[in-house]
Structures are given as structure tokens and as C-alpha cells.
Design a protein around this ligand. Structure first.
Ligand SMILES: C[S@@+](CC[C@H](N)C(=O)[O-])C[C@H]1O[C@@H](n2cnc3c(N)ncnc32)[C@H](O)[C@@H]1O
Length: 286
């Protein structure tokens, strides 16, 4: 896999880099659709992360997902937060010191010890939920805000969603990363590009189609969209009871189902804070 074309680029890679440079210039000159077309041409020639990153900024303008996540923390001021997929702690850095935090990751890469309000569980999310009850870990409180950003395969994210929903209250907010793939290649289950979102989009389709009791939208934020779910129902058994059938049905869904109407299928929400805040305010309150 070549992501950044650092050494000995072949002809396709050289062409991709030249197209990317033209795209960047078009973008600087304010010619957005021309820049978008050049980016698409570049990534069709070769896997080039810079072209994907520019494509994402042009396709999903506004604040990136870290800024949106930080705004949501500041607005909700949740008493509790659960994060699946901690990595270097960049999204964890958005939490407030007053929030009690559970972070789950089999291989966290934090540079320093976490602050006193953050507890890290060094294991997979499936193991965590098999061993612990999140409410008990949070002193009997529900998870008020959650962010699912662990294993980027649909069935893992689905199990994460089920386990998180069980630990929520009706007014909790569940966020999910990488819900709006830029193209088919970056949306595959196996990572063949440096810039990758996996098939979390299948979870968004499933929730939007099979759980009409939830509000399920995708905030149009770079790099790959932030899923937001409102009105979780911790007593719902629908997903658990039909887990195997749902996994099989949605693994069979081809990316082409998004081709005609991706924004509608994934419930794209404009990436402007007043719009996001209004959606959050519309949720059920306990
Ligand atoms: C994309 S990174 C998370 C990035 C982080 N949320 C951020 O925005 O800064 C994904 C993380 O998920 C972790 N991961 C992979 N499989 C997992 C699993 N089964 N359960 C929990 N975490 C997992 C990886 O170790 C990796 O650190």
C-alpha cells in the first residue's frame, strides 16, 4: 500500500501527484467543483492520501470531527463518557475535567498517563462488555455521551452499538466515527488505501432502516462523517434478538446502494453548529 508516494513513484503515482497539485491550486482559487473532479481523478489513478484528504475537506466542509466532538462535550457537559478506540488520545483530549470517562482500546498509544477522571481499559470492546457493566464502572450512572471508534468492521461496530445503548438513558447521545465513506475503495472491509473508513456505513444503513425509533444522522464533517444517534432505548432487544440475521443481511449490501443517494441513505446533516445543536436539543429528555 502506498499512501504518500515518498519513494520511487511509478507512472500512475506521478500522475496522481500532478492531479493533486492541480486540485490544490483550483481549491486555493476557489474553483471547488474543478478541484473535486481533479481529486477524484487523482485517487482513481493511485492511492494518494493527500488527494483523499483534500477530497474530504472539499466534500465535507466546516469544522473537522475533533472540533465538532469538542463542541458537543462543551454543550452537553456530560457527567459520563465512554469511548471505544482511544489510540493516541486525540478524541479523548476533547473531554471536560468534570466528566467521568471510560476509554477502551486493546492497544492504547497514550503518550502520558491519563488524568484522574479517565480510566483506560486495555482490551477489546467485546471483552470489556463481557467483563464489566459500564453503569457499575460509572458509580451507577448511565453513559451520557459515547463515541464508537474502535474496530472499523460493521459487525464489531454493531455489537459496540448494542452494548453502548444498553448502558445509556433515553437522553444519551451516541456518536460513531467514519460513517460517510468518500468512495468504494475507502469503504471496503479490508484496508487497501491509506485513507480508510471501513464499512461502518452498513451500521448507519441498518440503524436508519431497522430502528425507526432512533434518530440516526451523519454530521457532514471531515474526514469521513460523524454518526449521531439520539433517543437510545436501553430496553430494546430488536438488534440482539436478530443479530446473526442482521449481520448477514447487511454484509450482503453492496456499496452501490449508496451510489444513487448517499446523503439521503446515510442521513447527512449539514456541518454547522446551530444545525447540530438543534438536532441534539430535539432528543428525548429523561
Ligand atoms: C481510529 S483509532 C481511534 C482514534 C481515536 N478515537 C481518535 O479519534 O483520536 C482506532 C482504535 O481502535 C482500536 N481498536 C481496534 N480494535 C478494537 C476493538 N475490538 N475494541 C476496541 N478498540 C479497538 C485500535 O487499537 C485503535 O487504537
Amino acid at each position: 500500500m502506498t499512501a504518500d508516494l515518498t519513494s520511487e513513484p511509478n507512472e500512475a503515482q506521478r500522475a496522481a501527484r500532478a492531479l493533486y497539485r492541480r486540485a490544490r491550486l483550483s481549491s486555493l482559487l476557489g474553483r471547488r467543483s474543478e478541484a473535486l473532479a481533479l481529486c477524484r481523478e487523482a485517487v482513481d489513478r493511485a492511492d494518494y492520501s493527500r488527494a483523499y484528504t483534500l477530497l474530504s475537506r472539499l466534500s465535507l466542509p466546516g469544522e473537522d470531527y475533533f472540533r465538532v466532538l469538542a463542541r458537543i462535550h462543551r454543550y452537553l457537559r456530560p457527567r459520563t463518557y465512554l469511548e471505544i478506540g482511544v489510540s493516541r488520545g486525540d478524541s479523548l483530549a476533547c473531554v471536560l475535567p468534570t466528566t467521568q470517562v471510560l476509554g477502551i482500546d486493546p492497544e492504547p498509544k497514550l503518550a502520558a498517563a491519563p488524568p484522574a477522571n479517565v480510566r483506560i481499559y486495555r482490551e477489546t470492546s467485546d471483552d470489556f462488555f463481557a467483563r464489566y457493566a459500564p453503569r457499575a464502572e460509572l458509580g451507577g450512572q448511565p453513559v451520557e455521551l459515547a463515541f464508537i471508534d474502535g474496530m472499523h468492521h460493521f459487525e464489531y461496530a454493531l455489537r459496540d452499538f448494542i452494548n453502548v445503548e444498553r448502558a445509556c438513558s433515553r437522553s444519551s447521545v451516541i456518536l460513531m466515527h467514519d460513517c460517510y465513506p468518500l468512495d468504494e475503495r475507502t469503504a471496503q472491509r479490508e484496508q487497501v488505501t491509506g485513507f480508510w473508513s471501513g464499512d461502518i456505513w452498513r451500521l448507519m444503513l441498518l440503524l436508519r432502516e431497522r430502528r425507526p425509533d432512533l434518530v440516526v444522522r451523519t454530521i457532514a464533517t471531515a474526514p469521513t462523517g460523524l454518526g449521531i444517534v439520539l433517543n437510545p432505548d436501553p430496553s430494546s432487544h430488536l438488534l440482539t434478538d436478530r443479530l446473526d440475521e442482521l449481520i448477514a443481511a447487511y454484509l450482503a449490501r453492496d456499496f452501490s446502494v449508496l451510489a444513487a443517494a448517499k446523503p439521503e441513505a446515510l442521513g447527512l446533516l449539514e456541518n454547522r453548529w446551530p444545525v447540530i445543536r438543534e438536532l441534539i436539543d430535539s432528543r428525548i429528555r429523561d
